[in-house]
Design a protein around this ligand. Structure first.
Ligand code: GLC
Length: 610
């Protein structure tokens, strides 16, 4: 009891504020040179801390004691759309036992804040940061859901879309009506020449659906819209924008969120004459946000969405003294895994794993195969070029493979944002469809697709960090083509892999001989094995091993005297390899293997050296 009261002592907040105060103030003043806005920020932080529930303050205290909780090998994430999974927030609450049965203890609830259908970008165009989308529930439902999740040992993640608001946001409406105070919260120009100046150096995110980075409005003004025309970029040069967005962050944190996924973070600072990506000020803002979180709600951690090449990703971890994000997506490994499948060549993946393995062990990645977005082919093209492969033709090769146009490919995907002019395109589809489950007709084809699906998941889960499943993948859900008939979605092929949850597959999965059952139980086994073996800890050293054939990948991990080797065959041919001297036992089956072994097509094994 005495300890419980300690969580609530005002001193705790003041101590944490004092600890960060100098750096917080220094960075804030460097950005804004505005003492009264800084004072307001501190007051509001104190207020949000006061309003934070007892239970969450207790969670803060616990997490401060086990500050490395997010590095644990116990974690398994799943991302899902509330409506497609279970109708609404209350529905999700009723399905928590299902999530637990799948081993899930980190739940990423896809965007659920107020948004207007038809200009929503899957919820990434937020009209109100303090209101839940009506059909999904209310803020009370959210609190009830996060409380229920916490009771069941599940951490909750949500998106904090801070780069832009929707054009339906109150600020945007006032700006459009000509209110200067609100116009200054966005990038409004009446001077087209200035717009053209920006366009000279700022690349385009969606070249086909949203040409240019600005949208012209009926009142003659131009507004910056990096993503869709209805997503208006916020101007973080305005301290009012920064302060208010931090208040929104704290408000949402106080609803029981554990992991804030900061959406599109590289884009949040803009400067004329630059690419407006990854600018130094972005890091100042993320660092400020990290400190604000540590002061008010220290159990909340930051997951940065940085879909960039590796050299641009890792700076978002910050440094040991000045950390920024706790977690980042391992986006390059993700797309390189798919590249390996299409090329039967694991060399690029080996190089990628070596570079990730050489990073400080404090850096924790979120590993995944599929998510709600497309697969953008952000590969190491310099290395590919040194092997004679050119970017455009290579992307075309990959897309042809996953569209099932290449002889021998059983894959079924669709293109996303294909730009005929540049030949650039990205890819959509569920894991199971990309692995050939959709086209399988014979038992042999089913076996191959299920085997491949499990092999890719086992490779993904053999990496260090938190594995994150995309909802539906746990039962081998296929592409859903119904979006093509929906006028709101038809233009956005990402809806191909955003179908309704197929609860009939969950039923089928009870029979472990069905494809759904084999995938569900296979993934469950991998999760249990990860939890059991210390060598899966995020800080366990790992290295890749040389293999005699380029379609083979071998990774070694060790900790506490245990050595594990993951071997994966990305080929339709059986392949042999020789592991370091010794005998091995398969973690999945208990079968013994000599160091000379042969892998069947698309086979993956987790082996322990005995
Ligand atoms: C992120 C989201 C994506 C969205 C974009 C704009 O990249 O993952 O779905 O379109 O941000 O908010």
């Amino acid at each position: 009891m005495a300890k419980q009261q300690n969580y609530e002592k005002q001193d705790l907040f003041e101590q944490r504020l004092a600890h960060h105060h100098d750096e917080l103030r220094w960075l804030y003043m460097e950005l804004y040179d505005n003492g009264s806005m800084f004072a307001e920020l501190c007051d509001q932080m104190r207020q949000f801390w006061k309003e934070r529930s007892k239970a969450l303050k207790q969670r803060d205290a616990q997490r401060l004691e086990e500050a490395d909780w997010y590095k644990s090998r116990d974690l398994l994430g799943m991302m899902l759309y509330i409506d497609r999974f279970a109708g609404n927030m209350k529905g999700v609450e009723k399905k928590l036992d299902y999530l637990t049965s799948a081993g899930v203890n980190c739940l990423h609830l896809m965007p659920f804040l107020d948004t207007v259908e038809g200009r929503s970008d899957g919820g990434y165009a937020v009209a109100d940061f303090r209101t839940v989308r009506k059909d999904l529930g209310s803020m009370e439902d959210l609190e009830q859901l996060t409380t229920a999740c916490h009771k069941q040992g599940i951490n909750v993640c949500m998106d904090f879309v801070m780069n832009h608001t929707s054009c339906d946001h109150d600020w945007a409406k006032r700006a459009l009506a000509g209110d200067g105070e609100y116009m200054s919260r966005y990038f409004f120009f009446d001077n087209e020449a200035l717009v053209q100046e920006y366009e000279k150096t700022v690349p385009q995110v969606f070249p086909t659906t949203a040409p240019g980075n600005f949208t012209k409005m009926d009142n003659g003004y131009w507004v910056m819209t990096t993503f869709y025309p209805y997503q208006w970029d916020l101007n973080y040069r305005n301290p009012r924008v920064f302060n208010e967005m931090m208040y929104n962050f704290l408000y949402l944190a106080n609803r029981g969120i554990d992991i804030m996924r900061i959406d599109a973070v590289p884009y949040i600072w803009k400067e004329l004459g630059t690419s407006c990506r990854n600018l130094p000020r972005v890091h100042t803002i993320v660092r400020l946000m990290r400190m604000i979180g540590e002061i008010v709600c220290p159990s909340v951690i930051l997951l940065g969405e940085v879909v960039m090449e590796p050299v641009k990703v890792t700076p978002y971890f910050g440094t040991a003294e000045k950390p920024e994000c706790h977690l980042l997506y391992n986006v390059t490994s993700m797309c390189t895994i798919w590249n390996t499948l299409a090329t039967h060549d694991a060399r690029l993946l080996k190089g990628q794993l070596d570079s990730v393995g050489a990073l400080p062990k404090e850096f924790v990645f979120l590993n995944y195969l599929r998510c709600h977005d497309d697969i953008g082919w952000g590969l190491d093209y310099d290395t590919l070029a040194s092997w004679g492969m050119q970017q455009t033709s290579h992307k075309q090769y990959l897309n042809d493979f996953f569209l099932g146009r290449t002889p021998g490919s059983a894959s079924r995907g669709q293109l996303y944002n294909d730009d005929i002019a540049s030949g650039d395109a990205r890819l959509c589809g569920t894991t199971a469809s990309l692995c050939g489950l959709e086209t399988a007709k014979t038992q042999e084809e089913y076996n191959q697709a299920v085997g491949l699906d499990l092999m890719l998941h086992s490779m993904m889960m053999f990496q260090s960090g938190i594995p994150m499943l995309y909802n539906g993948d746990e039962v081998g859900q296929l592409n859903d083509y119904s979006y093509e008939q929906n006028p709101h979605y038809a233009e956005d092929s990402r809806y191909l892999h955003r179908g309704q949850m197929r609860w009939d597959l969950v039923e089928q999965a009870k029979d472990t001989t069905t494809p759904a059952g084999r995938i569900f139980s296979g993934l469950n086994t991998l999760t249990q094995l990860r939890r059991k073996h210390p060598a899966f800890d995020a800080d366990a050293p790992y290295t890749t091993l040389d293999t005699p054939h380029q379609s083979l990948l071998a990774i070694q991990r060790h900790k506490e005297g245990q050595t594990l080797v993951g071997v994966f065959n990305f080929d339709l041919q059986p392949r042999s390899l020789e592991l370091p001297q010794g005998a091995y036992r398969c973690l999945q089956t208990g079968k013994e293997y000599p160091c000379q072994l042969e892998l069947a097509p698309y086979q993956g094994l987790w082996l322990e050296q005995v």
